[in-house]
Design a protein around this ligand. Structure first.
Ligand code: SF4
Length: 414
């Protein structure tokens, strides 16, 4: 059995700047929510945020709040409040912990930024490209705040994202503009949308370059670092700050690569993470793998915010394409093709599938994928049971034993 050593996390210097940008983002939303001088749109994390920015909305993402509830380990105690009003413990624990947070007036924004509550929406906008839960989640708040709910219903599980699908989604995105004009009081301005899309594309391409530095040996960054540093790509894409931030982070990582500095000391095993992070166990999992000289260095999850297809000359169709070609939207065969490429690019020794109890949409181990991929690539895998936010679903001892045995298996197979 490999010996698990005690490890220290290596600090990324750019973190301070990211924290400042994230704080400024929440302060601006809070101020607007109180003064009502700027309109606020709530949006799903891979929803049409660029369109909303072009109308001048400040954009708030409930899923980001859900992840904060998980990372601060507040979520588990809040979930039962949503269960009590009829939202099952088996559905998305972002949704249930977030509604529980609202019902008890208990948000991690208070401890982090001194902000008392989430900002009030003028409109809520969803895209079901990732799951149906986001629509139900937004619908609950739309009723609570008596605010309009609009959205896009994306066909799920296509292998090929063909013209029929792209045209249908593009028409739906364009169809939102009338309502958004009415709510914002601003006319649709194609030039503004072009500018936001260009910034968003630049931000997410820089984010991809950040993620791609993990192809170096040793990898300068881990999946656990990336779950934190993806914050600006999620909530600030379409702004100059996000672009500026990723340039600085990228320079730091390139310097690490040049100096042969790995995120994990003496990296021996290179691991791919498939599925949601276990937000309440980021530190433990980071230390568990690092203590085994294993670097979890690539993931599907962190790669979900890359929108290279945005094209200012074809606004709606290119947005439809970028938002529908995402991994989570696709069929298993398209997903397997993607993971095979990732295994090669990042020289992966093993895959960890996280079977998240309350997110079937981001748990890709339930229909034989690990077995099929292992057969085709020869790369071993393991499934750990857990959840993104509900820590009652996580067994720390079992995870530790399984991961240690998995690393031993990789070593024996060498
Ligand atoms: S994809 Fe999963 S975690 Fe994300 S909102 Fe949907 S059910 Fe929740």
């Amino acid at each position: 059995m490999p010996e698990t050593k005690k490890t220290l996390r290596k600090k990324i210097e750019a973190t301070g700047l990211m924290n400042k940008y994230m704080a400024d983002y929440f302060y601006e939303l809070d101020a607007a929510s109180k003064s009502r001088d700027k309109k606020i749109a709530w949006c799903t994390s891979v929803g049409p945020a660029e369109l909303l920015h072009s109308f001048g909305f400040l954009v708030y993402y409930p899923e980001n709040h859900g992840a904060m509830l998980g990372a601060t380990r507040m979520a588990t105690d809040l979930i039962p409040y949503a269960n009590a009003i009829g939202y099952s413990p088996d559905i998305c624990s972002y949704l249930t912990s977030d509604i529980g947070s609202y019902l008890t007036n208990n948000t991690p924004l208070t401890k982090a930024y001194g902000i008392e509550s989430v900002p009030k929406p003028d409109v809520l906008v969803f895209n079901t490209n990732q799951c149906r839960d986001v629509q139900d989640w937004m619908a609950w708040y739309a009723n609570e705040f008596k605010a309009p709910l609009i959205g896009i219903n994306t066909p799920r599980t296509p292998t090929d994202v063909n013209d029929v699908i792209i045209n249908s989604v593009a028409e739906q995105i364009e169809g939102l503009t009338g309502k958004l004009e009415e709510i914002s009081g601003n006319k649709f301005d194609p030039k503004k949308l072009s500018a936001v899309m260009a910034l968003s594309r630049e931000c997410t391409e820089l984010w991809k370059e950040v993620l791609d530095t993990a192809a170096a040996k040793p990898s300068p960054i881990s999946f656990f670092d990336c779950t934190i540093h993806m914050g600006p790509a999620v909530v600030l894409r379409g702004t100059q700050q996000a672009v500026d931030y990723y340039k600085i982070l990228l320079a730091e990582l390139k310097e690490r690569v040049a100096n042969n500095i790995g995120a994990v000391d003496d990296e021996k095993y290179r691991i791919y993470w498939e599925g949601m992070p276990v937000w309440g166990r980021l530190r433990q999992h980071s230390e568990l793998f690092a203590g085994l000289n294993a670097c979890v260095l690539a993931s599907t999850y962190c790669n979900s915010w890359i929108f290279s297809d945005f094209d200012e000359n074809d606004h709606f169709r290119s947005m439809a394409k970028a938002y529908t070609e995402l991994f989570i939207v696709r069929s298993d065969s398209a997903k397997e093709h993607y993971i095979k490429k990732m295994i090669k690019t990042f020289a992966i020794d093993g895959i960890v599938y996280h079977d998240a109890k309350t997110c079937p949409n981001n748990s890709n181990c339930r229909y034989g994928m690990p077995q099929r991929l292992e057969k085709r690539t020869g790369v071993p895998s393991i499934t750990i049971n857990g959840d993104l936010n509900d820590m009652r679903m996580v067994s720390d001892e079992q995870t530790k034993t399984n991961i240690e045995a998995f690393i031993e298996q990789i070593e024996e197979n060498r």
